[in-house]
Design a protein around this ligand. Structure first.
Ligand code: P5A
Length: 450
């Protein structure tokens, strides 16, 4: 993409309404625009990152065997009356009446709707296990929407629902989700720690929240510092294996890590003092096992092996897709701006032309642009006539991991400058080598053409 043809409304001033760094940077980098309290437009740069996050979520869900679909945002109140949650949900639910006076609502979550789909089409245990998911907008009329996309009213969620014959099978689904979520976050450059939590309006006893540690996080968390040493890395997981998923789940959850809702001071104090941590975290996901809470009242039964109808065991699993942008920025920025992890960056590399209009510099930039394109990598090419300082400041603000600076002086010696956004380190090298180096880094992340 050539910057001169793009829509990137970067702000010079720091917006005063934004209290935390991710919100400030998203506004300044021209990623979002507020349309009403907690409701945002996703401008092109923000939309690109949102789509990248969705792509990782889809890939990891499908790797775990979960099936994508799409449910509507608007739901009929009658479904929620069946589960008893229409009244229980309270003022966070946005209630709407259509022209025929029918009660509708903008879905805050989809347990009822998916249970309705299931009961309409599945009758036998032979069709289990089944996990369906979608990525769809939700609405929760939060009392205090704040921190930009972090606590929105309209927000994008991946929500998945498992249907199983027995509690044991449903717990496998729970463990499978826990493991696949860890992998999903790691691919975004995040460490999200599964912590024992409270189930709130979704219900059930077994639930973990995934927390990214950050001073600006809304949740207070208590944990054994040794949990932060555990990583999945590129270990292959057989998601069909009950034992393997359970073992990995236990590896990630055996040490003390809880939100304030489930914190137990007596147990916490048994951890060696130097490993006890009280900190703050951003909740980027939550998984639940709630058994037959919805299947029983809504009549979602299957015929079991003995021919008798039994209500299915269910769980639900959510990832805060739009919130993740905020979480990633909170975890990865400096005083100049955002530092995107390779896995989610809106463009893979930025090119800064120091002398736009100089035939040689323009030609070198065009050649670099084409080389990256041929390798399946996306470039943001600053081909404007702004001065160099302004170009660098914008590139640093929007946070592309790699930048190539092209100018007549370097070209005379056959070199361009390659700069790493994270370390700030630069090196001069011939253009082809710069391309090869950047391509190799992305290849290691599974990005670009081989
Ligand atoms: C699980 C999926 C559920 O709703 N039902 C379907 C279950 N869980 S949850 O924890 O309430 O939400 C899942 C994730 O959505 C994000 N989230 C939000 N993001 C932005 N703004 C909000 N107001 C908001 N509320 C929830 C969180 O990341 C949460 O973990």
């Amino acid at each position: 993409m050539r910057l001169s043809r793009y829509f990137l409304p970067v702000l010079k001033e720091t917006p005063s309404e934004a209290q935390i760094v991710s919100h400030r940077l998203m506004l300044r980098a021209g990623m979002i625009k507020q349309q009403a309290a907690g409701i945002y437009s996703w401008l092109p740069l923000g939309f690109k990152v949102l789509r990248n996050i969705e792509k990782i979520v889809h890939e990891e869900q499908q790797r775990a065997g979960h099936i994508p679909m799409l449910m509507p945002t608007l739901q009929s109140a009658d479904l929620w009356r069946e589960s008893g949650r229409y009244d229980a949900y309270g003022p966070e639910m946005l209630r709407i009446r259509d022209r025929h006076d029918r009660d509708m609502l903008y879905g805050p979550t989809n347990e009822e709707m998916i249970t309705d789909i299931f009961r309409s089409h599945v009758n036998s245990y032979k069709n289990l296990p089944l996990t369906l998911y979608h990525i769809q907008w939700k609405f929760r009329d939060e009392v205090r929407p704040r921190f930009g996309v972090m606590r929105g009213r309209e927000f994008l969620m991946k929500d998945g629902y498992n249907f199983d014959l027995t509690k044991e099978d449903a717990l496998h689904a729970y463990n499978r989700h826990l493991v696949s979520y860890v992998r999903t976050y790691e691919r975004m450059g995040l460490q999200a720690i599964p912590m024992r939590a409270d189930s709130g309006p979704i219900g059930g006893d077994d639930t973990h929240e995934f927390l990214v540690l950050a001073e600006t996080g809304e949740s207070e968390v208590f944990y054994d510092s040794a949990v932060t040493d555990i990583r999945l890395g590129d270990r292959a997981i057989n998601y069909d294996s009950v034992e393997e998923c359970r073992a990995v789940m236990e590896e990630f959850t055996s040490l003390y890590a809880r939100t304030d809702e489930t914190h137990d001071a007596a147990i916490f104090e048994q951890i060696p003092e130097e490993r006890r941590r009280v900190a703050r975290g951003i909740e980027v996901g939550q998984i639940f096992y709630f058994g037959t809470k919805y299947s029983e009242p809504m009549g979602a039964t299957v015929q079991g092996p003995d021919g008798k109808p039994v209500p299915v065991h269910m769980g639900s699993h959510g990832i805060g897709v739009s919130r993740l942008l905020g979480a990633i920025i909170e975890a990865s920025h400096d005083d100049k701006g955002i530092i995107w992890p390779e896995g989610v960056t809106p463009f893979h590399v930025g090119i800064v032309n120091l002398k736009q209009g100089d035939a040689e510099a323009d030609a070198a930039c065009d050649a670099l642009y084409d080389s990256f394109g041929a390798l399946g990598l996306e470039v943001l090419y600053d081909d404007t006539t702004e001065r160099a300082g302004g170009k660098f400041a914008s590139m640093d603000l929007i946070g592309l991991p790699w930048r190539i600076t092209v100018g007549p002086r370097g070209l005379k010696n056959g070199v361009v400058e390659l700069t790493c956004r994270r370390t700030g380190e630069s090196e001069e090298l011939p253009p082809e080598q710069a391309v090869e180096k950047v391509a190799a880094i992305y290849r290691a992340h599974g990005i670009g053409r081989v």
